[in-house]
Unconditional design. Structure first.
Length: 369
């Protein structure tokens, strides 16, 4: 816990103060202990900083109009929170993974792979970038779809910057129109990232740029390939222009805000998307029912895969359990890579009919704000 002091005037002591300064001027600052531990432990700053708070922070103080809280051993740098938005399968998660430098968001060639808001954290020197990967913006047909679309829309609000990711096609679809309208109404700075430039000739990009330039006044338009990395460094550099002085939102060695159990569930769901066809993988959800570590460091994971139909259960299990074994083996390998240790993964398959249209079950599987 950092040392801090609270006085009616700035503290200029060169040595650390006591845990709580209870000088007669300030009385006992009931809420002060909440400030410094939160700033240090949750945000991770580590240089000296002075924060002025009103006397409402001090329940017992009646004479001082304000007090100055000085937090020692905390670091302030620059940070920015950026939403990555776009239609399904445009490459948002691939871009997030490339920016972060490791796989923190699952990817597949099927639409609506991403269901939740996922933060990818990049710390470069004194600047921390928080990228918010969002579900693809689409026309919802289920309660789960409604949730995903709402996450995509609301993620554009209250951020420093939005990156709208589009394909190199010289026409604007309804999904892009909806997101552009949301960006305009939020008055949020926006960058247009034209992805998949490795699939088209450079001359074709000029038409795409012209079409989107007429649709909205983007602060920047940057052609990229999230697959090869072309243009991604330019995109990151441009994002840095919107960073403001503030404490880091995450410790410097953190790359995602996802709990380990959620990462494991998403890895298994990714393999379902890779191995299964048509509607089957879209109707699946994964629940981690056990996540424990042995003294030896081995991690035991029990996972239940839910599907919507009994016939889908048979497809997931496969003949003599072959498909479930394949999915589990692929998932275990990625779980071990992420955790950096050996993993024992046990999977079951159960049926929850039409769970995507049940508000209760959608929330129960973790799809809630």
């Amino acid at each position: 816990m950092p040392k801090y002091c609270a006085r009616g005037q700035s503290c200029h002591q060169e040595t650390p103060c006591v845990d709580v300064c209870t000088s007669p001027l300030c009385g006992t600052p009931d809420l002060l202990p909440l400030y410094a531990p939160l700033i240090y432990d949750e945000i991770g700053i580590n240089v000296c900083r002075t924060i002025t708070v009103t006397n409402t922070a001090f329940a017992t103080q009646t004479t001082a109009e304000k007090a100055t809280v000085q937090v020692l051993d905390v670091t302030f740098g620059n940070s920015t929170v950026t939403t990555i938005a776009g239609r399904p399968n445009v490459g948002k998660s691939t871009l997030t993974n490339y920016l972060v430098g490791e796989k923190i968001a699952i990817v597949s060639n099927k639409p609506q792979t991403t269901r939740n808001r996922i933060c990818g954290i990049v710390t470069r020197g004194d600047t921390q970038f928080v990228f918010v990967d969002t579900p693809g913006y689409h026309r919802a047909r289920t309660k789960l779809g409604d949730y995903m679309v709402n996450v995509a829309r609301e993620s554009i609000s209250d951020v420093d910057l939005t990156i709208l990711v589009v394909e190199p096609i010289a026409s604007i679809g309804p999904q892009e129109e909806g997101l552009i309208d949301k960006i305009k109404s939020s008055h949020c700075p926006a960058i247009l990232a034209i992805n998949k430039i490795d699939t088209v000739e450079k001359d074709a990009l000029l038409e795409v740029i012209a079409v989107y330039s007429q649709a909205a006044a983007f602060d920047a338009i940057i052609p990229i390939s999230a697959k090869t990395g072309d243009g991604v460094e330019d995109l990151l550099e441009t994002c840095g222009k919107y960073a403001e002085e503030s404490p880091f939102l995450f410790p410097e060695d953190v790359t995602t805000d996802q709990p380990e159990r959620q990462v494991m569930a998403e890895i298994i769901r990714e393999k379902l998307l890779w191995c299964l066809d048509r509607e089957v993988p879209h109707g699946t959800a994964v629940e981690i029912t056990k996540f424990s570590e042995r003294d030896s460091g081995i991690i035991d994971i029990d996972a239940t895969i839910y599907c919507e139909k009994a016939s889908h259960k048979g497809i997931i299990i496969g003949k003599n359990g072959a498909m479930l074994k394949k999915i589990s083996s692929m998932a275990r390998a990625d779980c071990e890579k992420f955790m950096g240790t050996k993993v024992f993964l046990t999977t079951w398959v159960k049926v929850k009919e039409n769970w995507r249209d049940s508000d209760f079950l959608v929330r129960n599987f973790g799809y809630s704000e």
